[in-house]
Design a protein. Structure first.
Length: 260
């Protein structure tokens, strides 16, 4: 079964405003610029696929089949202020499709309490929320809020990683995964492979799953900056062989040399 059989993308709204250092070279703005719509990137608007989770085929079955992971709002932020009037309906669709797992990232975890539906309680079983941090200041600011939020499933996303980050104070069994990546795009800032290995060490120390999901465009390793093409950034991260799963037998880190 391929990835497209397991995953689905759902962007109920598009566009976002930049709020922190990690937003400086946002891929949504770059993507819009390719199509000549960059001026609209900061304008949050509903998409034609707003109702995708509950759309049905001619035979009345759902277009998104049961059991899929739905990557949600990856061209915006699910908690962005400009989407407040639409979010209740989005939550309602998640409630209806309890047979799907919805996964969204946010840089606005501080808005979480005011954005959840009345029946949220300690969280929906079918919603994973990833808190995104890019440097120590954002980790110190967002993660205490995140770890105190009522959630059934949570992940920490360190992306784009702009400096060495210590998240040990917030790592415990409630964190299902820590994922890290460098920054993509022509103007990407350098990501140091040593920072990534240090984050991995923290996860191993607390026995938390760790995933290096993308190198970014500029990776510093062994004193050399590698310029990695976008098409290779995910595969090169995988080839590094440093992902960690709970209870895994640790193997020596590969002396992986990235390819441009």
């Amino acid at each position: 079964m391929g990835e497209k059989d397991i995953f689905e993308n759902w962007n109920p709204w598009h566009g976002c405003t930049k709020i922190s250092p990690g937003c400086a070279h946002c891929y949504v703005y770059r993507q819009d610029a390719m199509y000549g719509t960059e001026q609209e990137s900061s304008e949050v608007r509903k998409t034609a696929n707003f109702n995708l989770p509950v759309k049905r085929k001619r035979d009345k079955s759902y277009k998104i089949s049961s059991g899929k992971v739905v990557f949600t709002c990856f061209t915006s932020d699910f908690l962005v202020e400009d989407a407040d009037e639409w979010r209740p309906e989005a939550w309602a669709m998640m409630r209806e499709r309890r047979d799907l797992m919805f996964y969204f990232f946010t840089k606005r975890i501080e808005r979480f309490a005011e954005c959840i539906p009345d029946d949220w309680a300690d969280g929906y079983d079918n919603v994973i929320i990833g808190c995104t941090v890019e440097n120590q200041a954002m980790a110190d600011r967002r993660l205490p809020v995140f770890m105190n939020a009522p959630l059934k499933h949570r992940a920490i996303i360190v992306a784009p990683m702009l400096e060495r980050v210590n998240i040990l104070p917030w790592l415990d069994e409630r964190v299902e995964e820590v994922s890290v990546s460098g920054e993509s795009g022509e103007n990407a800032r350098v990501c140091d492979y040593d920072w990534i290995l240090d984050l991995r060490r923290q996860c191993i120390e607390k026995d938390i799953p760790f995933r290096f999901h993308q190198t970014g465009a500029k990776l510093l390793k062994d004193g050399k900056i590698y310029h990695i093409r976008r098409a290779l950034q995910i595969s090169q991260a995988m080839k590094a062989g440093i992902d960690y799963r709970i209870g895994a037998d640790l193997k020596p880190e590969k002396n992986c040399r990235p390819h441009s």
